[in-house]
Design a protein around this ligand. Sequence first.
Ligand SMILES: [Zn+2]
Length: 70
Amino acid sequence: MSPATATTKGFAVKCILCGEEGNVHVDLHDVASFHCNECDGDFTLDDVKAVLSRWQTCIAWLESAPALEE
Ligand SMILES: [Zn+2]
């Protein structure tokens, strides 16, 4: 009988402070608080939302560019 294979479940997100992937931890007592073991930084869900909002604004502007005629 072969041993059971463990499957890791998660989200491949990067730290918004240092960009490292795989080191962001969530506080189960306050799930809107995160800690990165790579840079030892702390950030919140609101910080992540602010980063995403800036990118969404940038993406909307980029996508508003007109298509060029060939
Ligand atoms: Zn980090």
